[in-house]
Design a protein around this ligand. Sequence first.
Ligand SMILES: Nc1ncnc2c1ncn2[C@@H]1O[C@H](COP(=O)(O)OP(=O)(O)OP(=O)(O)O)[C@@H](O)[C@H]1O
Ligand SMILES: [Mg+2]
Length: 330
Amino acid sequence: MDLDAIIDKLATVKVLVVGDVMLDHYIWGDATRISPEAPVPVVNVFNDSWSAGGAANVAMNLTSLKASASLAGVYAEDEAGDQLRTIFTQAGVDFSSMHLTASAPTIRKTRVVVQKQQICRIDRESAPAEYAFPGGEKLKQAFSGAHAVILSDYAKGVVTDELLDEVVAICKDSGAALSVDPKPRRRLNYQGAALMTPNRSEALELAEISVGLHDTFPTEAVCQAIYERYQPHRLVVTLGADGMILVEEGKILGRLPTRAQEVFDVSGAGDTVIAVLTASLATGASLVEAAHLANSAAGVVVGKFGAATVSPDELRTAAKLDQGIPLLTV
Ligand SMILES: Nc1ncnc2c1ncn2[C@@H]1O[C@H](COP(=O)(O)OP(=O)(O)OP(=O)(O)O)[C@@H](O)[C@H]1O
Ligand SMILES: [Mg+2]
């Protein structure tokens, strides 16, 4: 299929995102002096901004590409929860399946940024047990009509073994394809996933292989170990600036490199990758086609500050620039 046609078809896809929803709060300021009270900079704030983070950023990536996205996660009736609702309403993210908790705050990460440099992060959240998502009917309802489901686990409590089992079972019944961005330290059973998208260190951890930070990535051994353990239909290992390795039914198809470009902020690139891969595969695209689009989309977001999203036009332009990128043998 032609990549432009896939981008057009994204508008017909409906994806449910299950996972840890959070609010990203940015405090933008200047710092020209050190505090007389303690050896810390004094920040003069000139602006605050808010965006949807974690699993919510995956949903934002989907709607920005015109796919339908709904969210199953947990938040609270507080100021951060209100801000999330405003953001979701503006972006057209369906949050009717979100669970409201009365015992914990909406997870919020506040970053203080001075001259594009993050100088500290302030986290507000309770223990993971407070953010469990109710399974049963509530989860089944959340699935209504979804072609695919993305599990976006930030280890904040929504995704448990029990919830994962239920999600896998409902996917089996409904025919929805399950994509997982795994958190290996959680030791969850990811069997049943149609797609897994670990990054370099997550893939090594899933495979239980350890190498130094600067050693070459043991592609063959890692992909084989992950396939033996979890049998994902498709596996995409993201390697930051080195692009991504594509695996289908345990067979390595190759590595898709990135286009050299100016990188501003890599946070959120993984969210973009899983969103674009999942939605593209749901249109009937092949893994190689979907990966070309995901790579181009991630290339756009790393050029923006904060967890960012891509529009269909931006993706079309980037995909055109990336047209000649070959799938390399590994
Ligand atoms: N320096 C870079 N230059 C170009 N593209 C990049 C760069 N870093 C990341 N990307 C793109 O983003 C994709 C995902 O990056 P990475 O492997 O860092 O994911 P991640 O660690 O899951 O990110 P996240 O911080 O969102 O969790 C890469 O496969 C690539 O397409
Ligand atoms: Mg990631």
